[in-house]
Design a protein around this ligand. Structure first.
Ligand code: S3P
Length: 434
């Protein structure tokens, strides 16, 4: 699917971003393991979360879907899943969160499970979860470090694990396996990766504590309590509208009740440091997470610096951040972000390649990039590289560019934000499918 974007119109209005993708995956998986029925509202009906829904059903869990985002999950208890065995592959499609979190759960089952996905997922590194799960006693085979992966689980022992990369998926896989392990599981994080798994497990009654960068989990004597949860709006989806409103002249956009969990809002911090007038409203709680209205107006930006702990706090926002940087005065420098090379695309190379086609001055580094701004972007034919966040970032770049932009490969937007185009149009963006 190709999208044609014309620049010029200001963005105005109030919208609510779709449900948080990371929380939607976890809500389903943890409801499946609960004893009793969970109700989930505002679940994200996007392709990645659908992969988790299909997998959970393939594991014997009954999930009623009353509306695309309203689910009732009939939990089967911690040990009640039914792994289908070596002959049936659990298809995680393109979803890294699905395969890595499921690996952690299935490591606790005395059965053989095979997890695989489509070509994009088959390029993603899996040894990062396989290594700690093996240390816990599971047998895990990867295919040259990638999917398909085969897990023979059961009889796990707890480990104390210093994570080599700051990854919420790895942390979550270890904690989920820890639910089945003997003793206390301890994870030391090199940076503050998103903590949705910890919040949700705590709400289900699992003894789990965090001190600085260390998380400790004791397997629960009690069954996991079912969830009653409304998934908050995804900051990572709101980010595209937020940056678009900042860059398109005369815009003003209200992003209602957006998740502002501090492990997710690095982009907000760096943009505010660059001079962005983003007002954060009163913070309240939804689904165990902090939410607030974000009011954004267009304004000039100065260059910013991103390194260290800030990187993991905005790990999914670099494609759209790079677009913002093309309009900022001075050299914006991103370092310590080598993880970007193993996302849905090599986001350092792909972002640099595509934005350069639009006239951006962007230099690739092994662990990040440098953007020289501001430049007047020119409309061009660009490509998503099969990466939903790159596709949406390029659409936003098209709204700022002079002339017409065509982004090809936009069907992947449905991986995380199926309503992106209608929501952008609602704000006044001129985007059409061709
Ligand atoms: C996610 C964690 C991050 C993020 C991904 C979602 C999660 O991945 O990039 O989009 O839901 O735990 P890593 O854990 O690989 O950094």
């Amino acid at each position: 699917m190709q999208l044609r974007i014309c620049s010029g119109s200001a963005l105005r209005g109030a919208v609510t971003a779709p449900g948080d993708k990371s929380i939607s995956h976890r809500a389903l998986l943890l409801s499946a393991l609960a004893q009793g029925d969970s109700t989930i509202y505002g679940w994200l009906p996007a392709a990645d979360c659908q992969a988790t829904l299909n997998a959970v059903r393939a594991l014997g869990v009954v999930v009623e879907q009353h509306a695309p985002g309203d689910l009732i999950v009939h939990g089967r208890g911690l040990r009640g899943l039914r792994p289908p065995g070596a002959q049936t592959v659990l298809d995680c499609q393109g979803s890294g969160t699905t395969i890595r979190l499921l690996a952690g759960i299935l490591a606790g089952y005395p059965a053989v499970s095979v997890l695989d996905g489509h070509a994009g997922l088959r390029r993603r590194p899996m040894e990062r979860v396989a290594v700690p799960l093996r240390m816990m006693g599971a047998q895990v085979e990867t295919t040259n470090g990638c999917p398909p992966i085969t897990i023979r689980g059961g009889a796990l022992r707890a480990i104390e694990y210093p994570m080599p990369v700051a990854s919420a998926q790895v942390k979550s896989a270890i904690l989920l396996a820890g639910l089945y392990a003997e003793g206390e599981t301890v994870v030391h994080q090199p940076g503050p990766a998103r903590d949705h798994t910890e919040r949700m497990l705590r709400a289900q009654g699992v003894p789990i504590i965090q001190h600085d960068a260390t998380v400790r989990l004791m397997p629960s004597e009690q069954p996991l309590a079912p969830l009653q949860l409304t998934v908050p709006a995804d900051f990572s989806s709101a980010a595209f509208m937020l940056v678009a409103a900042l860059l398109v002249p005369n815009s003003e956009v209200l992003l209602r009740q957006t998740n502002v969990n501090p492990t997710r809002t690095g982009l907000l911090d760096v943009l505010q440091a660059m001079g962005a007038p983003i007002q954060v409203g009163e913070v309240s709680e939804q689904g165990g997470e902090p939410v607030a209205d974000l009011l954004v107006r267009s304004a000039p930006l100065r260059a910013g610096q991103v390194a260290g702990d800030l990187v993991v706090r905005m790990i999914d926002e670099f494609p759209i951040f790079a677009v913002a940087a093309t309009q900022a005065y001075g050299n914006t420098v991103v370092r310590d972000a080598q993880e970007l090379r193993v996302k849905e695309s090599d986001r350092i190379a792909a972002v640099a390649t595509e934005l350069r086609k639009m006239g951006a001055r962007i230099e690739e580094q092994p662990d990040g990039f440098v953007v020289e701004g501001p430049v007047t972007l020119r409309g061009a034919h660009v490509d998503s590289h099969g990466d939903h966040r790159l596709a949406m970032a390029l659409v936003v770049a098209g709204l700022v560019a002079h002339g017409e932009t065509v982004v090809q490969g936009c069907e992947v937007i449905g991986d995380s934000f199926p309503d992106f185009v209608p929501m952008m149009r609602q704000l006044g963006a001129a985007i059409e499918e061709i």
